[in-house]
Design a protein around this ligand. Structure first.
Ligand code: SAM
Length: 240
């Protein structure tokens, strides 16, 4: 990683209140592996060092805002893609047990190789659709937290994530700008699947200033057995 990129990483994380200086080497290796991986397969559209540092690494760590992930816990990353936010979180928070999940096997193969190369023993990647996990007794209700970045609309995320959470668990959804309509649909969907919106945290991405929103949904009661609906339906025909 160039000195400029290292400086950006440290500065961006500092704006979030996180000191990444003990982790610079791990992030430099992750950067290299991501660039190598992206050259071989279509892993991510974000390729330059500057963009990877800010739009993948620093952006991923914004889910630490508000301390919703405090305490050790079992955390599922729904639709992790090339490992975001799971891999940056695993580096910074070795106390969390992270399960990055994606429907695409080649993305999970990359996350598995990368976690092993970085010696991240707290990461257990899984190729699966969230709909299938939400109906699988081995996973339904099995997580303290679900994190998810840039995957679906709020009503779809509520239907996919809430079945996976234990009661008292929390979904932290990392989004760009969220319209009032999407937020209202998310509130209604959350209530339908046993949750409620606990916080809407709008902020600017460090250095770049782009708009970001964390939407936090708490699981307050059981999710009815009929949710999640079958594969593809939550995103194609959102509840609200
Ligand atoms: N979270 C990553 C990031 O921020 O870079 C990847 C975002 S990418 C736009 C969305 C990912 O979600 C894709 O890799 C897709 O395969 C995955 N995905 C979408 N719906 C899913 C579902 N129902 N179950 C599992 N993975 C899903």
């Amino acid at each position: 990683m160039t000195p400029e990129a290292t400086e950006l990483l440290l500065r961006g994380a500092e704006e979030l209140g996180t000191d990444l200086s003990p982790h610079v080497e791990a992030f430099a290796r992750l950067l290299l592996l991501l660039q190598e991986g992206a050259a071989q397969t279509n892993l991510t559209a974000i390729r330059s060092e500057h963009d990877i540092v800010l739009k993948h690494f620093v952006d991923s760590l914004t889910c630490l805002r508000g301390r919703w992930l405090d305490g050790d816990g079992h955390v599922l990353d729904l639709g992790t893609g090339a490992g975001f936010p799971a891999l940056p979180l695993a580096i910074v928070r070795p106390d969390l047990r992270l399960v990055p999940v994606d429907a695409t096997a080649k993305k999970i193969a990359f996350v598995t190789r990368t976690a092993a190369a970085l010696g991240l023993e707290n990461v257990t990647p899984l190729t699966a659709r969230a709909e299938a996990l939400g109906r699988d007794p081995a996973h339904r209700g099995g997580y303290d937290r679900v994190v998810t970045r840039a995957v679906a609309s709020l009503p779809a995320l509520a239907e996919l994530a809430l079945p996976l959470l234990r009661e008292g668990g929390v979904l932290v959804a990392q989004k760009g700008l969220v319209s009032p309509e999407e937020l209202e649909a998310g509130r209604l969907a959350a209530a339908e699947v046993g949750g409620e919106v606990r916080a809407v945290d709008a902020f600017a991405l460090p250095v770049l200033g782009e708009a970001r929103t964390l939407v936090v949904v708490g699981k307050t009661g059981p999710t009815p057995d009929r949710y999640p609906r079958r594969e593809g339906v939550p995103a194609r025909k959102p509840l609200f």
